[in-house]
Design a protein around this ligand. Structure first.
Ligand code: AMP
Length: 451
């Protein structure tokens, strides 16, 4: 059975706005970087829940006409991250169901660590599943709960799940926002300019719709949105924060503030810290776009070495139909990233990327830069070696495919054919995100899992 179906996704909820689905749609555009595989919105008009979801980008899934059918003053939306080989619309969200209390839709960012156990128990009791998504467990847990009110059933259900979840529940009249006790994945609350509220994975969605940031949904907190009442906060679990540090490294958009800090600033800090480790003489600092840009700016500022855009990224290459042969994969990278030969030629280059996963990107980029005439290429990575897979919502391959779990830094340097390779160390990374306590999850770099 395929698992980990709710990886790097985005969620958004709009409550108390007459054009809720339109605002959810705009917000999903701002959150598109968190998932390009599928998109969906459910709206509630007090009587019915309407849902539209499909594979593809937000722009492809929605149009003026179908958005008009998503009526009501509440809406929840989702973008789903691509999983290799998957093409099922069934795995798109929101997950919608009719049950004894009416209708509901759920959107989920994160990954439930006890999903299989819960699912097997439900199946033993006769439940029939339509998808591989762990989110479907929640539908069954809510539908089967012996509690009377939906609120109590949601509490009942979330007490049975473990792992990472930033969740939004939509009923015909209410919306509920819930974050797991560790606050692995981000979830923020904002006020809409003309009344109403927005809850979203990242604050870049607030900026787009003119909303004001109020605060983060707290780890372990459930917020109930109901017509005619201020949002009600219920503390379900004692908060024990373990925010995903990889949101700062790679995942979140630089113009967002997650876990209370600017993503851009933390990335620049990582670059500055990196510049202090094993300095090297060079002519230029260049980023691997787009992920490496803020760290490269920080690196250049700290080292005094000039910053240049030495690699161009083509932003219009989405999922291509290219066959998965080595030759074709190389072509795909070339379509995405191309070197600026005039800038690079005969220069000693420091190239900055946010992470190395399998090592394929770095290897190709270094080869590309050398072919374009770079005299030296020094690879600098603004995070520690990625040695362990993530079970809390970031899509990383199995441990054996992570190059840093099998090779030393020296061996990786030889493999990617760099003149030198340096990673950021854990202490410097924690300093970059101003971590003063144990409130971050660094399992992908340390293997120290907490759930
Ligand atoms: P690789 O080629 O496998 O070493 O992947 C490294 C590249 O993937 C870097 O340029 C990263 O910016 C990017 N990256 C890191 N983590 C992820 C992720 N979870 N999903 C997609 N891309 C990623």
């Amino acid at each position: 059975m395929r698992e980990n179906m709710n990886e790097k996704c985005a969620v958004v909820g709009i409550f108390g706005h007459k054009e809720a689905s339109k605002l959810a749609y705009f917000s999903l555009h701002a959150l598109q970087h968190r998932g390009q595989e599928a998109a969906g919105i459910s709206s509630a008009d007090g009587h019915k829940v309407h849902t539209i979801k499909d594979r593809g980008l937000v722009m492809k899934v929605f149009n003026e006409e179908n958005l008009r059918t998503l009526q009501g003053s509440t809406a929840v939306g989702h973008t789903r991250y691509s999983t290799a080989g998957d093409d099922s619309i069934l795995d798109a969200q929101p997950v919608f169901a009719r049950y004894d209390l009416g209708e509901m839709a759920i959107v989920h960012n994160g990954n439930l660590t006890n999903a299989e156990k819960v699912r097997n128990k439900l199946i033993e009791k006769g439940a029939i599943f339509q998808t591989f998504m762990d989110t479907e467990n929640l539908i069954h847990l809510i539908a089967k709960s012996t509690k009377g009110k939906l609120l109590d059933r949601i509490i009942d259900a979330v007490e049975r799940i473990e792992g990472a979840f930033s969740l939004l529940f939509l009923s015909r009249t209410k919306m509920f926002a819930m974050r797991d006790r560790h606050g692995f994945r981000p979830l923020s609350l904002g006020r809409l300019p003309n009344g109403g509220y927005i809850v979203a994975s990242e604050t870049c969605a607030f900026d787009l719709v003119g909303a004001n940031f109020i605060r983060d949904v707290e780890p372990g907190e459930l917020i109930v949105f109901e017509e005619g009442a201020a949002p009600q906060s219920i503390k379900i679990f004692k908060p024990t924060p373990k925010h995903c540090i990889f949101e700062y490294v790679y995942f979140a958009r630089p113009d967002s503030s997650v876990f209370g800090q600017s993503v851009y600033e933390t990335r620049k800090n990582m670059g500055k810290e990196l510049a202090r480790i094993e300095p090297v003489e060079a002519d230029l600092v260049i980023p691997v776009p787009d992920g490496g840009v803020p760290a490269a700016i920080g690196y250049a500022q700290e080292s005094g070495i000039p910053y240049e855009m030495g690699i161009m990224r083509n932003h219009y290459i989405g999922r291509t139909f290219i066959e998965p042969t080595q030759e074709m994969r190389d072509l795909k990278v070339k379509m995405k990233l191309s070197p600026m030969a005039d800038i690079i030629k005969n220069k000693r280059i420091i190239v900055i990327d946010d992470s190395i996963v399998r090592g394929t990107t770095s290897k190709r980029i270094i080869r590309m830069l050398k072919e374009a005439g770079a005299s030296e290429v020094h690879m600098r990575i603004s995070s520690p070696p990625t040695t362990d897979p993530c079970y809390y919502g970031v899509d990383t391959p199995d441990k054996e495919k992570l190059i840093a779990s099998n090779m030393s830094t020296k061996e990786i340097c030889e493999f990617i054919e760099a003149d030198s390779l340096t990673y950021l160390d854990e202490a410097s990374l924690l300093r970059s995100v101003n971590a003063t306590d144990e409130s971050y999850c660094t399992a992908c770099f340390t293997g120290k899992y907490i759930v």
